[in-house]
Design a protein around this ligand. Structure first.
Ligand code: KG4
Ligand code: ZN
Length: 348
């Protein structure tokens, strides 16, 4: 079964063809990230306009790379929740139109839950991908960490999953992005912090590890504020100093120490929750997914602290892509949606 996946929930416009949920025939991703950099975050209107301009070429390229015509495609899967409303609309309206005109079943897919399915892509002829040899075993725990989400999932089977916990405030990727801004490091903040942290001492700045009543829930906004206070103190100033003036007052080594200490604290918070979840649910595998899954230190810490095998996708499949959408649609086997009615759900 060949499924065409379409993804447009944030700043990436993506299309992919995946056969039987595992074999990735193509994966095309166009990003408007460069257009947002100057603003320090995604500008929804710019993202939506970029999707409109590029979505048809991206889909055509995904079909051509896969060597597929429309007759070869069995179904269309599209992210319809959650995400930026204008961005979601472009993908969903395109998918609905194609489903009607090409007479294909249509599946609306939850982007966050689908992230874990990047781990089910186990074969491709495309160059430059390192993939696991076999699909993960369920029951599995999922840690979905991105700019918009921080969720701990239990997948008892493909059709039976449960949200064990999530962030109560900032997503972990958002915290990386905001701390990078405090330190004057370029957007997106995750890779910038990751890089700066390599030259810093992770124990140099003491930061909080909040404990909530649900041990699978998270809070990152206090951690981000603690970094701000520590940075103001290192700069010899108090809390009245505007954060925009901080980067100029900090040395490179102070920035590296703050980055390393923040990264260590954020990873410890995630790892504490996952080790507790593993003890309680005894999964066959643990699936890491989302943009923050690209972080090497997170991967190393989880691999060290967990007993079950930790799986994480190739870096190109950690961030937003459409192969994970097509794979999730295959495994979930949902009832097809009405192409005249499928709506977008910006927040869940
Ligand atoms: O999954 P994704 O591409 O988009 C969302 O759905 O949010 O994730 C993007 C997020 C950003 O917050 C970015 O800073 C973070 O993933 N990120 C990282 C790394 N690479 C990307 N965070 C930590 N370390 C990294 N190496
Ligand atoms: Zn995502």
């Amino acid at each position: 079964m060949k499924i065409l996946g379409i993804e447009s929930s944030a700043d990436e416009t993506a299309a992919a063809v995946v056969e039987d949920g595992r074999f990735m025939l193509s994966s095309t991703v166009a990003s408007s990230l460069d257009l947002h950099k100057v603003y320090g975050g995604i500008v929804p209107e710019i993202a939506a306009r970029s999707h409109i301009e590029i979505i048809i070429p991206v889909i055509k390229l995904a079909l051509a790379d896969a060597g597929c015509g429309w007759d070869d495609i069995d179904a269309i899967a599209v992210t319809n929740r959650p995400g930026l409303i204008g961005s979601l609309l472009i993908g969903v309206l395109t998918a609905r139109t194609l489903a009607i005109t090409k007479r294909k079943p249509l599946y609306g897919i939850n982007h966050v839950l689908a992230h874990a399915y990047a781990n089910f892509i186990t074969a491709t002829r495309l160059p430059g991908y390192t993939l696991s040899e076999s699909p993960p075993r369920v029951p599995a725990l999922g840690l979905i960490v991105s700019g918009g989400h921080t969720q701990v999932m239990l997948y008892r089977s493909h059709a039976d999953y449960e949200l064990l916990g999530q962030t109560r405030d900032d997503a972990v990727g958002e915290a990386f992005d905001k701390v990078a801004k405090i330190l004057g490091l370029p957007y997106p903040g995750g890779p910038s912090i990751d890089k700066a942290a390599q030259k810093g001492n992770p124990t140099s700045v003491k930061l909080p590890n909040p404990k909530l009543d649900n041990r699978y829930d998270f809070s990152f906004s206090g951690l981000k504020t603690a970094v701000l206070r520590a940075a103001q103190q290192l700069a010899g100033k108090d809390f009245t100093l505007p954060s925009t003036e901080l980067p100029a007052l900090l040395t490179e080594s102070q920035k590296a120490d703050l980055a390393a200490s923040f990264q260590r604290a954020a990873i410890d918070i995630l790892a504490d929750a996952m080790t507790a979840a593993e003890k309680q649910y005894r999964p066959e595998s643990v699936l890491l997914a989302g943009g923050v899954a690209a972080n090497n230190s997170l991967r190393e810490t989880l691999s060290r602290r967990l007993q079950a095998p930790l799986l994480y996708p190739d870096i190109k499949l950690c961030t937003d892509n459409a192969a994970m959408i097509a794979s999730a649609a295959y495994y979930w086997q949902q009832t097809a949606d009405n192409p005249y009615e499928l709506s977008v759900i910006p927040s869940l």
